[in-house]
Design a binder for this molecule. Structure first.
Ligand code: AMP
Length: 401
C-alpha cells in the first residue's frame, strides 16, 4: 500500500510518499510560493537527484496536480500511475476539542475542521485547501487527517484550563490545546524503544525545538502537559515568537504604541523571539555563531533561550514528580550540540550527566547522549511526523476496508 502525506500551508505544500509494506519514503518534496509569481516545485526522489521546477502555480489544486505529475514522471517519478496511491494523509494543526484522534475525511470532518478556522486562522483554512485539492485531482481516494493537537487531548483539566472567566471556555473554547503532538508522540515512543523499557512505565520530557518550539510532559505514554497553548505562541522563546510574557504587556503596548490587534499579533508571532533579541537572525546557527564570537545581543538571545528551556524542563519534572528521560528533537534539538550541552549542564540537581563526545556525534539515528552514570537518560531522536501520519492513514484505511 502506498500513502501520500501532505502538509498544506497557505502558500506552500510539502509532500512525502511512503510504501507502507516497508515503511520507506519513496520521494519527498515541496511546492513554494503558491499564488505568487515564480512558484517553485522541488522534488526529491529516493533513487536520483532532486529536481527543481519554476512555473506559475496559482492555487493548491494545480500544486497537487504538479506533484502527481512528478510522482508519475518516467524519469524522476517513483510510481507508474496515480492509481498506485491508495490513500492520502494530511497534517492538520488544530483539532480543537472536536478531534481527539486521526479520522477518515468525510463531510462531517470537513465541517469540523472548518468550524475551527477561528482558532487556527493561519493553518486550518490552508489544510482544507489541501484536502479539496486532493479531491479535485483524485476524487475517490480515501483521505485521513492527523491532528497536531490530538496527542495532547489526554491533558487533565488542571493543565489545559486558563485561570480566566470560565465563560470564555464555554463560549469560545479558550483553553490550552498544545501542538507538535505527532512529533511528541513519535519521539516518546522511539525513546522508550531505544532505552528498552515500555513507554507506559516512563516519565519523559520531550523537547521539540525547531523554528517553533514546544515541550511536553509525557507520563505513561500520554501527554499530561505541554508548553504551547491555545495557539502556538505560548511557552518557549522561539525563532520569531515571544513565547511566555506577562499578558498585561499586550494592552499596555497596544495603548502606548497605538497598535491594532493584527499589528500586535504580528509583533508577537513574527518579530519577537531570537530575532528581536539578537536584532539580526531567527536562526539558531547564526545566534550560536554570534555568541561564540562574543556578540552581546546574540549572547543574550542564546542565554534567554537556554534559560527558558531549562526552566520548562524543571517544571515538567515537577509536574510528573520525576523524570526517566529527556529527549531532544527538531531542527535545533537534533542538530545543536551546544544547545543540548548548555541546557543539560545545569540540570545536575536531577543527576543529568551527558557525555560530550556522544553529544557531538551527528546521526540520523536515535541515540543516547547521557553517560552510564546519569540518573536520567538523555537522548536525541530525529522526529518523523510524516511517517506517523502515513501510519495512521494506513491503519484507518485498512481497518475501514
Ligand atoms: P525545524 O523548524 O524543526 O525545521 O527547525 C529549523 C531550525 O533549526 C532553523 O531555523 C535553525 O535555527 C535550526 N537549526 C538547524 N540546524 C542547526 C544547527 N546545526 N545548529 C543550530 N540550529 C540549527
Amino acid at each position: 500500500m502506498k500513502v501520500l502525506v501532505i502538509n498544506a500551508g497557505s502558500s506552500s505544500l510539502k509532500y512525502q510518499i511512503y510504501d507502507m509494506t516497508t515503511e520507506t519514503a519513496l520521494a519527498a518534496g515541496r511546492v513554494e510560493r503558491i499564488g505568487m509569481d515564480s512558484s517553485i516545485l522541488v522534488h526529491e526522489p529516493h533513487h536520483t537527484d532532486e529536481v527543481t521546477e519554476v512555473s506559475e502555480i496559482l492555487e493548491h489544486t494545480t500544486a497537487v496536480r504538479k506533484v502527481l505529475d512528478k510522482l508519475t514522471d518516467p524519469e524522476v517519478g517513483v510510481i507508474k500511475s496515480i492509481e498506485e496511491i491508495d490513500a492520502v494523509g494530511h497534517r492538520v494543526v488544530q483539532g480543537g476539542d472536536l478531534f481527539k484522534e486521526s479520522v477518515i475525511v468525510d463531510a462531517k470532518v470537513k465541517a469540523g475542521i472548518t468550524s475551527l478556522f477561528d482558532l487556527a486562522p493561519l493553518h486550518n483554512p490552508a489544510h482544507m485547501m489541501g484536502i479539496r485539492a486532493v479531491e479535485a485531482n483524485m476524487p475517490n481516494i480515501p483521505q485521513v487527517v492527523v491532528f497536531d493537537t490530538a496527542f495532547h487531548s489526554t491533558m487533565p483539566e488542571k493543565a489545559y484550563m486558563y485561570a480566566i472567566p470560565k465563560v470564555l471556555y464555554k463560549k469560545h473554547k479558550v483553553r490550552r490545546y498544545g501542538f507538535h503532538g505527532t512529533s511528541h508522540d513519535y519521539v516518546s515512543k522511539v525513546t522508550a524503544e531505544t532505552i528498552g523499557r515500555p513507554v507506559e512505565d516512563l516519565k519523559i520530557v520531550t523537547c521539540h525545538i525547531g523554528n517553533g518550539a514546544s515541550l511536553t510532559a509525557v507520563e505513561g505514554g500520554k501527554s499530561v502537559d505541554t508548553s504551547m497553548g491555545m495557539t502556538p505562541l505560548e511557552g518557549l522563546m522561539m525563532g520569531t515568537r515571544s513565547g511566555d510574557l506577562d499578558p498585561a504587556i499586550v494592552p499596555f503596548v497596544m495603548m502606548k504604541e497605538d497598535l491594532t490587534v493584527n499589528e500586535v499579533n504580528s509583533m508577537l508571532n513574527k518579530h519577537s523571539g531570537l530575532l528581536a533579541i539578537s536584532g539580526s537572525s531567527s536562526d539558531m546557527r547564526e545566534i550560536t555563531e554570534g555568541m561564540e564570537q562574543g556578540e552581546p545581543n546574540a549572547t543574550l538571545a542564546f542565554e534567554m533561550y537556554v534559560y527558558r528551556l531549562r526552566k520548562y524542563i524543571g517544571s515538567y519534572v515537577a509536574a510528573m514528580d520525576g523524570v526517566d528521560a529527556i529527549v531532544f528533537t527538531a531542527g535545533v534539538g537534533e542538530n545543536s550540540a551546544v544547545i543540548r550541552q548548555h541546557t543539560c549542564e545545569k540540570l545536575t540537581f536531577l543527576g543529568v550527566e551527558i557525555d560530550p563526545e556522544l553529544n557531538k556525534i551527528r546521526s540520523k539515528e536515535p541515540r543516547r547522549i547521557s553517560t552510564p552514570n546519569s540518573k536520567v537518560e538523555v537522548l536525541v531522536v530525529p522526529t518523523n511526523e510524516e511517517l506517523m501520519i502515513a501510519r495512521d492513514t494506513y491503519r484507518l484505511v485498512t481497518e475501514a476496508k
